[in-house]
Ligand binder design. Structure first.
Ligand code: ATP
Ligand code: MG
Length: 335
């Protein structure tokens, strides 16, 4: 029996940006923004990509969307390789993978009415014309729970949350099967954030959409995602089912991120782990484990040998030497 390929497969993806400088403006180094990232997303599944600012999340998204060309690795969509497609063959990809960015103000043309903003991809991909366009736009307004009369208005007449609904309608218009949400709710107020997360979750059920949900905030993904991948300095350090990751995080970095997530039960609490030191520069990442300069459990091996991402439980992978030394894993957090 042949295995059905996942909707999206990202395999050992790398993106290194050349660093220019000096008198002649030559290449003086590399920014190792994404440095060997592997994951897959099934049809209708949400994978969240989380980690601190600068760890390479948006770069992963942009490489999948082919807004930038990867340095190395492969990206497959429905069993077909897409990372090396020539520019002339990107059209079908643009229809199937859509993106919603953080700032709906900069991604929605302020001079266009909402109707035209949403109709644009329908026309570009030849999916509707004439009277059909208005019908399709009206249906999309219903889908994202916006009143139909909003079609005649301009983006500045809407609140942040409503503008994000317009951005989602535009992403849905061409019938995409994967939507990359890059910090799509990060700029919104808490209550609006929850509404948009609920909308995305409903749409996923209704339309069988797959989502790559990029966020620096682990708390926001808890109610939305099926799986979580945690990134640190260009690499995935842990990937697991949501419940497993929240209940039994294995990587010290995941534990530190999770310790900052509030727990709904006021009598319960998580021990707060404050990470010391800054995130090192992706221009010269630390040798061995990239997290070793901030890890409360660091030992000799971490400084020289890079831990590989390996199976540590059912559907859970982590890249940490402690996992090979269970006795050490039990140690309380170092002071
Ligand atoms: N075009 C570029 N040229 C050079 N360096 C870049 C470029 N784009 C991103 N970088 C660098 O690559 C690293 C990863 O950036 P990226 O935007 O992917 O991080 P991020 O995880 O999305 O961060 P944030 O949470 O702040 O959005 C950063 O160090 C960034 O400065
Ligand atoms: Mg980003």
């Amino acid at each position: 029996m042949t295995r059905t390929p996942p909707l999206l497969e990202v395999n050992a993806l790398k993106k290194h940006f050349p660093l220019r400088g000096g008198l002649l403006g030559g290449v003086t180094g590399q920014v190792y923004a994404v440095d060997g990232v592997t994951f897959s997303i099934a049809k209708g599944e949400t994978l969240s990509l989380v980690g601190e600012s600068g760890c390479g999340k948006s770069t992963v998204g942009k490489a999948i969307l082919r807004l930038i060309d990867p340095t190395d690795g492969e990206v497959w969509l429905d069993g077909a390789r897409i990372d090396n497609l020539p520019a002339s063959q990107l059209r079908p990809l643009r229809r199937r993978i859509q993106v919603v960015f953080q700032d709906p103000f900069s991604s929605l043309n302020p001079r266009m009415r909402v109707r035209d903003i949403i109709a644009e991809p329908l026309r570009n991909f030849g999916l509707a014309d004439g009277g059909e366009v208005d019908d399709r736009v009206a249906t999309l307004m219903d889908t994202v729970r916006l009143p139909r009369d909003a079609m005649r208005r301009f983006p500045h007449e809407f609140s942040g949350g409503q503008r994000q609904r317009i951005g989602i309608a535009r992403a849905l218009a061409p019938g995409a099967d994967l939507i990359i949400c890059d910090e799509a709710v990060s700029a919104l107020d808490v209550s609006v954030k929850a509404q948009i997360v609920n909308l995305l979750s409903d749409l996923q059920d209704e339309l069988g959409l797959a989502l790559l949900f990029i966020s620096h905030d682990l708390a926001i993904v808890e109610h939305l995602t099926h799986r979580v991948a945690v990134m640190y300095l260009g690499k995935i350090v842990e990937i697991a089912e949501r419940r497993t990751l929240f209940a039994n995080p294995r990587h010290p970095y995941t534990r530190a991120l999770l310790s900052a997530v509030p727990v709904p039960d006021p009598t319960a609490r998580r021990d707060r782990i404050i990470l010391t030191g800054d995130v090192p520069s992706p221009i010269s990442p630390p040798p061995g484990c990239r997290f070793h300069t901030r890890c409360p459990y660091v030992f000799d091996r971490c400084r020289t040998e890079e831990p590989l991402l390996r199976e540590v439980g059912e559907g859970q992978k982590a890249a940490c030497h402690l996992d090979e030394l269970p006795a050490l894993r039990m140690l309380p957090q170092a002071a």
